[in-house]
Design a protein around this ligand. Structure first.
Ligand SMILES: [Zn+2]
Length: 399
């Protein structure tokens, strides 16, 4: 098979992920623009994939000899990207990411997994010394003095399938909360993906409140949520019940030994409309002697989904930390402020999600046909970079 190049990657995005129309019409809101939206959009996406966090880095890329190989029709400056991203409709990019993931599902990208999960969690990104936009939130030292500003947002990602695919973000400014942003994000995701796309949502304890759980159920999703002190009665009841029981099940997970307790007849708290609550407790013994213990609540019926499957779903929450925030921030410049305007920040975060999703579907599924091992992200990056130095064959584009 021919090696990956930006041009082949773009064809893959257009044809296999169903984004041909989006690449041409990404929701451009400029009343006049000399530079085609398609050039700016692909410049932004390939910029993320080549790990150019700043608009100036993309300007340098499309101003270089590699521009034709990048498949960007003309060069432009960083100011054009600022102007463009400030006016780009975020809803169109959000729908494009969902289209890509739905298309991947149709092409059986998740067929090895019994369940598809959605994980969501909050994080911060984009620090600045001065308050620069309506989303800026102050961060303070212990004396409550303002040290600077940053932005808070909630990310939602496909998990539990061997592929962590970031889907969408919801920022929240001062006066708003992570919990409210998460509810908006989950409802919008269900609306965009459709009810039958995913099976469950997994989240940390602060989201385990009745309205969020009801939103998930209304969207056709089961819930797997961490149980901590924020639900004191249920937590105490589960601790009391399991404390004197030996583990209901013991198994090995890699080198770890895992003990599990599982019961599905706990009383719901007052506002929760479930008939009963199922609580799963696990203790995971690592070879170095550390023990992790956690409690999780769920409404998955026991007769259908066993304790080990719940354990795996609970663990899939870590994907949003490791393959979500960690990769986005350390490799793809998620924390960098390209252009400090609220709409531009949002659009750049959304394009980063889309670029990560494209990269993983392309690398882990599309390029991984046959028997060779999955290429590492750094190897794909190197191949793309090397391809920029190569002459591009002047064949007409038939796509
Ligand atoms: Zn700001």
């Amino acid at each position: 098979m021919k090696g990956p190049t930006p041009r082949r990657l773009r064809k893959y995005v257009a044809k296999c992920l169903g984004l041909k129309f989006y690449l041409q019409r990404p929701g451009d809101g400029r009343s006049q623009g000399r530079i085609p939206a398609a050039a700016l959009l692909w410049g932004l996406l390939i910029g993320v994939l080549l790990r150019r966090a700043a608009f100036a880095g993309i300007e340098a890329l499309v101003g270089s000899r590699g521009r034709r190989a990048l498949d960007v029709s003309q060069s432009f400056g960083d100011d054009a990207l600022g102007y463009f991203t400030e006016r780009l409709d975020p809803a169109v990019t959000r729908r494009a990411t969902v289209t890509a993931v739905r298309q991947a599902k149709r092409h059986k990208a998740f067929d090895d997994s019994r369940f598809i999960g959605l994980a969501l969690d909050g994080t911060s990104a984009g620090r600045s010394r001065e308050e620069g936009c309506a989303l800026c939130r102050p961060y303070r030292n212990k004396k409550r003095e303002i040290l600077g500003y940053h932005h808070r947002l909630v990310l939602i990602s496909v998990v539990g399938t061997g592929l962590t695919l970031p889907l969408d973000v919801e920022p929240y400014g001062p006066g708003d909360s992570e919990y409210n942003a998460a509810r908006r994000l989950l409802r919008r995701t269900v609306q965009n993906t459709g009810r039958r796309f995913a099976d469950y949502v997994v989240a940390d304890g602060e989201f385990a409140r009745a309205p969020f759980l009801h939103d998930a159920n209304d969207g056709g999703l089961y819930v797997v949520a961490r149980l901590k002190n924020n639900l004191p009665e249920l937590f105490a009841a589960a601790q009391k019940r399991f404390r004197h029981q030996s583990a209901h099940q013991v198994f090995r997970q890699g080198k770890d030994r895992v003990e599990i307790w599982d019961a599905d007849d706990f009383d719901p708290w007052e506002t929760l409309r479930w008939e009963t609550v199922r609580v799963v407790r696990y203790r995971q013994y690592k070879p170095n002697g550390t023990v992790c213990e956690a409690y999780w609540l769920t409404d998955f019926p026991r007769r259908w989904v066993g304790s080990r499957a719940i354990f795996r779903m609970a663990k899939s929450r870590w994907e949003i930390e490791n393959q979500g925030f960690h990769d986005a921030k350390n490799r793809y410049g998620f924390e960098h402020i390209c252009h400090h305007e609220r709409p531009s920040l949002l659009v750049v975060w959304l394009l980063t999600c889309l670029a990560l999703t494209i990269e993983r579907l392309y690398r882990v599924r599309y390029l991984h046909r046959g028997t060779h091992p999955v290429r590492a992200a750094i190897d794909l990056l190197l191949l793309l970079q090397l391809s920029l130095g190569m002459p591009v064959a002047a064949v007409p584009d038939s796509s």
